[in-house]
Design a binder for this molecule. Structure first.
Ligand code: LLP
Length: 442
């Protein structure tokens, strides 16, 4: 069994996270409960930052907060000196409310509204990552009427698409994001933006995919962006001072996943960027990256209480838990794989095969197709590992299940950072029918 970060098995044979017994946490907060090992998040953040510092390369490590967004995680990102990638007015609002310094916020999105862009200008975000021609027009309008200049990155699709070990390179990428690097769109974006008063173009951005386990695709992306930067310098003298290579660094969900350490990804990127820029006589740009999953993914564990079982003879035994696709849609949506353990009896042999099912009315609501656990009874506490990225962030109230509580656990202390939704929360946005009051039908 693989344990992550500060996880260990304590003297009672139970799973401990951040120095706290998970059975005790479930008793205090109820289940489903998402527990974050914040020490692991901090150590990852430091590993990324230090890898740049060791090479003396100016950098920004921006937490891609779509992976998990709430006030407390923004505070933690601020404490660790990270920058922030936000993709909506809602994420921006939450970050500002958390006291995150606006100048370290990068605003992404392929369809930012006028209102969202205005908000970004009013709050004074550090930069806007321009994604399309409509947005360029809106940025131009807002910048003209704004006292401070706005820094902008141009998001491009370099024609390299990477997922886990595979990547494909094409002349052109079929993506809804960004400007094509090779068909003139990116050049046109640069021409428009550099002609706008109040707009300062910092450089280029790309994000080539998710759960990437090697360095090759990042290197190829860096090379193609630098080639474009060099072409612009030769044509017009325009020099990019920032190269943002996005996120996508892989994590270990199951034993089949073999991610690299943060340092390895970063060192390899730096090598490529230095080599390419030295060859071209181009000034070394700042390198920015945007890890999401690799900062919070394996730091999150979801605790569920075991409920009903159903055996389909000679096929499988379903073991249902008190959550499911409502708090983790990734297995149903992407066929994502997870591993699990019996948090209340970690020291027992995990040798019985179960299919862990959720409680939503959907046959596809299965969290793990094949999990090995001890013989499990109603009330046992099940831990599903690596749920910290795109779990709570993509949660829903399907079947009117209240969303779980979230706690941070560190050094033997724990604190709630998102409270569990109540039934009252579920109806808070509903208009009350005329003849129904708080006590029901009058
Ligand atoms: N930067 C940009 C521009 C992105 O679009 C993303 C992710 C990231 C950074 C962070 O990527 P990460 O380091 O977390 O892989 N819901 C999917 C993942 C969608 C990722 C979208 N963009 C999932 O659950 O796997």
């Amino acid at each position: 069994m693989h344990l992550y970060g500060t996880q260990k098995i304590n003297s009672k044979g139970r799973l401990e996270i951040g120095g706290t017994d998970t059975v005790a946490l479930a008793g205090i907060y109820g289940t489903p409960l998402i527990v974050y090992d914040t020490e692991l998040i901090r150590s990852r953040a430091r590993a990324f930052k230090e890898a740049f510092a060791e090479e003396g390369v100016p950098a920004q490590v921006a937490y891609a907060s779509k992976a998990f967004s709430c006030l407390a995680i923004y505070r933690l990102a601020e404490e660790e000196g990270l920058s922030l990638d936000v993709v909506s007015g809602g994420e921006l609002f939450t970050a500002i409310r958390a006291g995150f310094p606006a100048e370290r916020i990068h605003f992404h999105g392929n369809n930012k509204s006028r209102e969202e862009l205005r908000m970004a200008f009013d709050e004074g975000v550090g930069c806007i990552v321009a994604d399309n021609f409509l947005e360029i027009g809106l940025i131009g309008e807002l910048a003209r009427n704004h006292s401070e200049p706005m820094d902008v990155l141009i998001r491009v699709t370099p024609g390299i698409e990477a997922h886990t070990h595979d990547y494909i390179t094409t002349g052109q990428e079929d993506s809804k994001f960004g400007f094509d690097l090779n068909n003139g769109q990116a050049d046109e974006a640069l021409r428009l933006l550099t002609g706008m008063p109040g707009v300062r173009v910092l450089g280029l951005h790309c994000h080539i995919g998710s759960q990437i386990f090697d360095t090759e695709a990042f290197g190829l992306a860096a090379e193609s962006l630098i080639r474009k930067m060099d072409a612009w310098k030769k044509e017009s003298g325009f020099v990019c001072t920032v190269l943002n290579l996005g996120g996508g660094f892989g994590i270990r969900y199951t034993e089949d996943d073999h991610p690299l350490e943060p340092q390895e990804y970063v060192r390899s990127m730096i090598r490529t960027v230095k080599r390419m820029t030295e060859e071209a006589g181009y000034p070394l740009p700042e390198i920015w990256i945007e890890p999401g999953r690799s900062l919070v993914g394996d730091a999150g564990t979801t605790l569920y209480t075991a409920g009903s079982t159903k055996t389909v003879p000679d096929v499988r035994t379903y073991l249902a838990v008190d959550g499911g696709m409502s708090d983790n849609i990734r297995p149903a949506l992407y066929g994502a794989e997870y591993s699990a353990a019996l948090a209340s009896r970690m020291d027992a042999a995990h040798d019985v095969r179960y299919t862990i099912a959720g409680k939503c009315c959907e046959s596809g609501d299965k969290l793990i197709e094949e999990a090995c656990l001890p013989e499990t009874e109603e009330g046992d506490l099940i831990a599903v590992f690596c749920t910290g990225a795109y779990g709570y962030a993509m949660a829903s109230n399907y079947n009117r299940l209240p969303r779980p509580a979230v706690v941070f656990a560190e050094n033997g202390e724990h604190r709630p950072v998102i409270r569990r939704e109540t039934y009252e929360d579920l109806i808070r946005l509903d208009a009350e029918p005329a003849n129904v009051g708080k006590e029901g039908i009058r």
